[in-house]
Design a protein around this ligand. Structure first.
Ligand code: PLP
Length: 383
């Protein structure tokens, strides 16, 4: 029996034939490894794809978030609202700006930021004497957060919105494309993300001309627009490698078809699993990139049991995320929307698990995975 990959990059590589090698060879031939022509070609193509006026490629999804916080001058005393049920980078960048992340709970069905908890978090920040500044909703597992509701709250409280779309580039929210929502959107091209390169990469999207200009400067050590040896602000080394841009140009060509395949795979999982476990529900008129296929079990002990049983039959699994950020040592001193506990984030972390998800999961392999989940659940119930 061959091992089942959790994410299958090999089949994707085969599908693209010699295109990737040829793209890399072109970069080796022209030698423009840093900010070569492919970087700008990719940015144009990302804008065409997403509809964002400006696409600013960068070194990774974490720096994409950082660059926006730097451009907006986020500083000590500012409160930035982030979900607790996310990857650490979403909150880490806030702390690195010396600002305070305030943790918001998520919804039990979509696993995305709960607008009501956001309102509570804003009150908490004010009580603490912090300056409510920005919200960073995360499109968890590829599904956009409830932006209509969050944007209303932002407008009422004069907050700006940065969408952490590290997992959701290619998704849509009620007719709007990811990349065009909020003041700015960040994404990641980490290899395991739906659109991944062969190393680290990321991008920021915005329709704001002035913000785009500042982001381009911050990306290269705060350089001036006239003279690159002039430093007009503090920046970072945040460039995307030309080789990674060349790889992404090739991968972007098949990305629309991969997104359709991801949808099919998710639909098949959904049909098979929705009555036996609680699957992530998708909002109406909204699409997901299905960066993960995640569902909830009854409780932590059942999950441990199911994970064990799947391991013995060699079905790869993962837990995103085993601990909400407000419970992590590094983040436990930061405020939360409700005193001491964010019940939904904690509950999800105890019960959630993910199974293999990628565009090349054929029906046969998928049946094998689904059958194994059925068996594991049955045995777990009987045990
Ligand atoms: C992957 C990820 C990031 C960070 O992206 P990197 O490219 O790894 O820096 C940020 N936020 C979320 C929600 C992610 O999943």
């Amino acid at each position: 029996m061959t091992t089942i990959p959790f994410i299958d990059l090999q089949t994707q590589k085969k599908r693209m034939g010699a295109n990737i090698e040829a793209a890399i060879q072109r970069v080796l031939a022209h030698g423009g490894y840093i900010m070569g022509p492919e970087v700008f070609e990719l940015e144009t193509k990302l804008s065409e794809f997403s509809g964002a006026k400006h696409s600013i490629s960068c070194s990774n999804g974490t720096d994409a978030l950082t660059m926006v916080l730097m451009a907006k001058g986020i500083k000590a005393g500012d409160a930035v609202f982030v979900p607790s049920f996310t990857f650490a980078a979403t909150a880490e960048v806030v702390v690195l700006r010396c600002a305070t992340p305030v943790f918001v709970d998520v919804l039990p069905d979509t696993f995305n930021m709960d607008p009501r908890s956001l309102e509570q978090a804003i009150c908490v920040a004010k009580q603490l004497g912090l300056n409510p500044s920005a919200v960073i909703p995360v499109d968890i597992f590829g599904q956009p957060a409830d932006y209509d509701a969050i944007e209303d709250i932002c407008a009422k409280n004069q907050l700006w919105l940065l969408s952490d779309a590290a997992q959701s580039f290619g998704a849509t929210y009620k007719g709007r494309k990811v990349g065009t929502i909020g003041l700015a959107t960040s994404t990641s091209f980490f290899p395991a993300k739906p659109l991944g390169c062969y190393g680290d990469g990321g991008a920021v999207f915005t329709d704001d001309d002035e913000l785009a200009r500042i982001l381009r400067s911050i990306r290269v050590h705060g350089q001036g627009s006239e003279d690159k040896y002039e430093n007009v602000r503090i920046g970072i080394n945040g460039r995307l490698d030309t080789i990674q841009a060349a790889i992404l140009i090739e991968k972007l060509k098949i990305f629309p078809s991969e997104l359709a395949q991801r949808d099919q795979v998710a639909e098949r999982y959904h049909a098979a699993l929705k009555d036996i476990v609680q699957v992530q529900s998708v909002m109406e008129n909204t699409s997901s990139t299905w960066a993960q296929y995640a569902f909830l079990l009854e409780e932590a002990s059942q999950r441990a049991d199911v994970l064990d049983r799947l391991k013995t039959v060699k079905i790869p699994t993962a837990i995103y995320y085993p601990k909400p950020l407000h419970k992590q040592i590094a983040y436990s001193q930061y405020p939360t929307a409700s005193k001491g506990s964010l019940p939904i984030s904690e509950n999800l972390s105890a019960r959630i698990m993910s199974i293999p998800m990628h565009p090349y999961l054929d029906t046969q392999l998928q049946s094998q995975i689904v059958n194994a989940v059925y068996m594991a659940l049955n045995e777990s119930v009987l045990a």
